[in-house]
Structure formats: C-alpha cells, structure tokens
Ligand binder design. Sequence first.
Ligand SMILES: Cc1ccc(Cc2cc(O)c(O)c(C(=O)NC/C=C/[C@H]3O[C@@H](n4cnc5c(N)ncnc54)[C@H](O)[C@@H]3O)c2)cc1
Ligand SMILES: [Mg+2]
Length: 214
Amino acid sequence: TQSTRPQRLLNAVQKNATRGDPRSVVKAIDDFCRHKEWAMNVGDEKGCILDSVVSEINPAAVLELGTYCGYSTVRIARLLPPHAKLITLEFNPDFAAIARQVIAWAGLEEKVQLVEGASGDWIPKMKEQFGITTFDLVFLDHWKDRYLPDTKLMEECGLLRKGSVLLADNVICPGTPDYLEYIRSSPRYESRYFKSHLEYTKVEDGLEKSVFKG
Ligand SMILES: Cc1ccc(Cc2cc(O)c(O)c(C(=O)NC/C=C/[C@H]3O[C@@H](n4cnc5c(N)ncnc54)[C@H](O)[C@@H]3O)c2)cc1
Ligand SMILES: [Mg+2]
C-alpha cells in the first residue's frame, strides 16, 4: 500500500535521528521537509522563535492544539523543566499514531500527553481529566478557523490566568484574520507579532504572541 507523507516523515526520523536525542529528531524532520517533501511543521525559522518564547516562560503546563506529526511537540517538550507537562490535542488518528512514534523516538514520552480528540470537546475537560488549573503557554497550530472559538472556550473554561501566553502559528499564511482581529483589539491581551516565513519557504508568515491580562 502507498505510504503517506507522515509515514515517510517518521521513516526519515527513524533512519536519520538518534533515539533519545530530541535535537536530532528536529533536524531530521527539517532536513526531510526542506530537501524531500514539504510538510506543515512550524519549521526551523519559526521554531527558533517558539524556542525563545518557551525558554522565556519556562512553563509548567503547556497546551498544543494540533499535533500533526509531533515536530513542535518535540521542539517544546525538549525545553521543558522536569515535571513540566505538555498536553497536545490531535483528532486525526493516523497523524496521532505517527506523532506518538516521533515523540517516543525523541525519548519525550514522560513529558508529553497526546490526547486523540477534538479541541472543542477536550478543552472543557482539561481540569477534571488532567488536573490542570491553568496553562502557562498555549501553542495554536490546528485548523485556522478554530483559533478564535478555542481561545474563547479556554477563557470561558478558566484555563488562562494573568500572564498566560498564547502563541499562534500562521497568522499571515494561511492566515487567521478573525483571531488576529479579536486578540489585537481585546483589552484583555497584550499582543506582539513575530515576523518570519512560512516553513521551508520565502513566503511571509509569522507568530502572534499574546499575553492574557486576566
Ligand atoms: C493556502 C495555504 C495552505 C496551506 C499552507 C501551509 C500551512 C502551514 C502551516 O504551518 C499550517 O499549520 C497549516 C495548516 O493548515 N495547519 C492545520 C493543522 C492541522 C493539524 O491539527 C489537527 N487538527 C485540526 N483541527 C483540530 C482540532 N479542532 N482538534 C484537534 N486537532 C485538530 C489536524 O488533524 C492536523 O494534524 C498549513 C499555507 C497556505
Ligand atoms: Mg502551522
């Protein structure tokens, strides 16, 4: 049977990366996407911005919306302090299965909880299911029309505290106009745009970092 792109990406990780070495897993995926097949990972250029935001916050509780193959999951989890937790939501079972193996290859299973399901269903259950009070960092990288409804849902469910950071991928390309309009005009957020490029291309894209004011 024909393999899928995520399967070929996983093969590239298992062939070129060292088990237990997250940095080599990140490099293997970036090399695959740059030289073999483009895939919608946040990538190395925006990934460095993601790294600096994670390192600045040093979060104990992180939520990622949209795991895909687990590239940004590994990028974030490799920087987390001991006992910190990253919960990542992915509703496509095939992508989830690949991501689990990528995360395992990086040796980061202890820090990551991959939940198979839709953000809209799981955000309201975060407190009761995972004992989360609030998230220190949320990385939004799922369907672009879900950024705004899920942000409002996180507010309603009390998952954000004064100082919680939302970091949103692709605010230019593919673009998240309704989310940007809301977050930049809301008095409850302080937002900043980090100009960059669509992963592995010269097309403009960027990350929007928004701090919740409570
Ligand atoms: C025009 C155009 C097209 C594509 C691009 C290139 C480009 C560049 C990028 O960095 C991109 O992130 C994207 C993009 O579309 N990302 C969508 C990513 C979804 C993943 O998240 C999963 N998911 C989606 N909704 C949910 C949900 N509610 N609950 C749980 N998981 C969800 C899916 O199962 C996928 O695993 C596209 C640029 C421009
Ligand atoms: Mg993206």
